[in-house]
Design a protein around this ligand. Structure first.
Ligand code: ZN
Length: 101
């Protein structure tokens, strides 16, 4: 795995610790994974096939895909946050300067 991805993941975790939207998204993802794991135990699968499928799933590194997906979401949320801050912050400033002149 590329070094940049590991650094990106650390940054992502740091962001998620402070971001409620991302925390909600992460917990949703974790819940889905839990549900999938419980389904795995409920559905009868012929011997051998079970191991074969689980083996193939566990050998796939899904992290880059998740990180990429989360990154685009994070970028979207943060752009929205910046837009809100700028939008809310610029209005009173303009009013103040208009009053001052
Ligand atoms: Zn976020």
């Amino acid at each position: 795995m590329a070094r940049g991805e590991t650094i990106g993941a650390a940054k992502l975790r740091q962001h998620v610790r402070q971001c409620l939207r991302c925390q909600a998204e992460m917990s949703r993802e974790r819940r889905i994974q839990r549900e999938l794991h419980s389904l795995k135990n409920e559905i009868p699968i012929p011997d051998g096939l079970n191991d074969q499928i689980l083996e193939s799933i566990e050998t796939i590194d899904r992290r880059p895909i998740i990180v990429r997906r989360q990154r685009s979401k994070v970028a979207g949320f943060c752009a929205l946050g910046v837009a809100l801050v700028l939008g809310l912050g610029s209005r009173p400033v303009r009013r103040l300067t208009a009053r001052a002149s």
